[in-house]
Design a protein around this ligand. Sequence first.
Ligand SMILES: [Zn+2]
Ligand SMILES: [Zn+2]
Length: 273
Amino acid sequence: MFQADLHTHTNCSHAADSVEEMAAAARSVPLKVFGFSEHSPRPQGYVYPCDYQEKLLAAYPGYIREAHRLRCASTPDFTVLLGLEIDFITAEQDFARKYTQDYAFDYIIGGLHFQDTWGFDHPEGWNQLGLEERFKIYTRYYEDLSCLADSGMADIIAHPDLIKLFSRDSFEEWLKTPAAEKIITHALTLVKKRGQLLELSSAGLRKPCRQIYPGPFIMQKAAELGLKICLASDAHSTAQIAYAFAELEVYARKFGYTESWIVQKKEPRPLAF
Ligand SMILES: [Zn+2]
Ligand SMILES: [Zn+2]
């Protein structure tokens, strides 16, 4: 029995399965707590080469309705939470904020996926980048992460090193620089100050970087700062719910963690492993 998976998607965006199918699969994992965290729509002009925005915009009201219904049907041994993953874009904060206020979500997950209008978690563009350009992109990622934390919009900071997705080797080179350590420490200190949870995501294991988000360097810093963590799969199908959670727990324990947290009605709550 696993405790909680707070980060999941449905076929209302680019995932495979319906709201109902995801909840049913979570119950049979079994999971104690299952959180829906569909993407919020994005402002115009921020698009991936192959996007789901139109579909999401049409499906969004129905998604909220259906997830809300399942949330209300929670039982003592299976709780459904309703969260939202916002695309935090520094220049477009008001757009995302509107969605966070639209409904009484249990929690908001803040995720960085764009630098200006470039969706960096799509492979296009990465191959042409030299090391110096990559280092600038990594720096910008943590500047944006500080901004996300400081905005106070999110309860949970998603996949805190997603930027390594297509360039783990270069990212690890960057991590050795004093500037990287300084800016990462600054961002994590803001996460701590704002009382936000840092997400441990198994999604990285399924991606080209083949590593949990965040990697050991950031995990060590997070543990030193006493950051609270939550576990997430970022599931895009029923089969990915609680993906590699045993591995996530072992990883967290290595850094001294004995519990993960959930956020229910905006209140963080601990759950022992
Ligand atoms: Zn994300
Ligand atoms: Zn996600």
